[in-house]
Design a protein around this ligand. Structure first.
Ligand SMILES: Cc1cc2nc3c(=O)[nH]c(=O)nc-3n(C[C@H](O)[C@H](O)[C@H](O)COP(=O)(O)O)c2cc1C
Length: 282
């Protein structure tokens, strides 16, 4: 792992990336309390490399005027072939180390939110729902994100902890799919991360009754002002209804896009204390 030159937090880098339309290159360095395997994104160090935004690599059909997407023939979307391959001999025995390799590169080349992942859960009637969440840390125990414990996803997990995660890094032509079980982090772990968040995000966690119906945006703004007053001049405590989940994986699949749809897919499946590795047809 390389050590960054700038001392910015990832959230600041994202803001920077958005407003200045540049690419922030994440240079990961393990925090002092972590093992060599663990990548704690809340303490990620950054080196900011200012480069122009990449041109989109999608080519629309000729019938696409560029003015309206309505009626666009999406079957004609084309993406330039990615000149990468994934060979059995390149794969690590440990899927977390393999993920670390891919994630490190994704952080270098994916312009925005390389840690964004689709997280899918099912309700009590087994009806699925997907939404995006941000990976905040990972190690050999699993993949961690933070959320509201009264949200829909939390209700789903309470009824059925089986979930899936999906990363898609188009610039690399790569996808990583994870299936496993969601476990709540300990209050101490959630508190440790909460303390690293910008104050505005800490206050925001108190304000939003995630997934509940609200009558207007004013409800949020008024609540925000109220909470700001309440915690003025003191640390914002972590709400009891907020914290993290760790997804403990049973399967991790690495997918590398190749020419002629002959993609490379490798599936790691947990078998007691070991991982079985198989190639899957694309
Ligand atoms: C890029 C991106 C990152 C997000 N990160 C998170 C996150 O880390 N935690 C979270 O609770 N919601 C996050 N959200 C919002 C969720 O997608 C979702 O709207 C919210 O968690 C409510 O989901 P639920 O009603 O299914 O529980 C993010 C959304 C986007 C687009």
């Amino acid at each position: 792992m390389k050590i960054g030159h700038a001392d910015l937090k990832s959230s600041e880098a994202n803001e920077f990336g958005r407003t200045a339309a540049c690419r922030a290159t994440f240079i990961l360095s393990p925090s002092s309390t972590t093992t060599s395997m663990e990548t704690d994104l809340s303490t990620t160090h950054l080196q900011l490399t200012i480069v122009p935004c990449q041109k989109a690599s999608y080519k629309m059909s000729d019938s696409d005027t560029g003015k309206s997407y309505a009626g666009m023939d999406v079957s004609d979307l084309r993406r330039s072939a990615v000149q990468r391959k994934l060979r059995r001999k390149d794969l690590k025995d440990d899927p977390f180390q393999q993920f670390e390799d891919w994630f490190e590169l994704a952080c270098e080349v994916v312009q925005f939110d390389p840690n964004a992942m689709s997280m899918c859960s099912v309700d009590a009637d087994n009806r699925p729902y997907s939404r995006t969440v941000l990976l905040k840390s990972f190690d050999e125990r699993g993949f961690v994100f933070y959320t509201n414990f009264e949200s829909r996803k939390a209700q789903h997990i309470a009824a059925n902890p089986e979930v899936s995660l999906l990363f898609f890094w188009p610039t690399l032509g790569r996808q990583v799919g994870i299936r496993g079980t969601a476990e709540k982090l300990s209050a101490a772990e959630s508190l440790r991360y909460f303390a690293t968040r910008p104050r505005g995000s800490q206050l925001g966690a108190w304000v939003s009754p995630q997934t509940s119906t609200i009558t207007s945006r004013a409800v949020l703004k008024n609540k925000f002002e109220e909470i700001k007053q309440k915690f003025a001049n003191r640390e914002v405590p972590v709400p009891s209804f907020w914290g993290g989940y760790r997804i403990v994986p049973r399967e991790i699949e690495f997918w590398q896009g190749r020419e002629d749809r002959l993609h490379d897919r490798f599936l790691y499946s947990r078998e007691l204390d070991a991982w079985r590795l198989e190639r899957l047809a694309p």
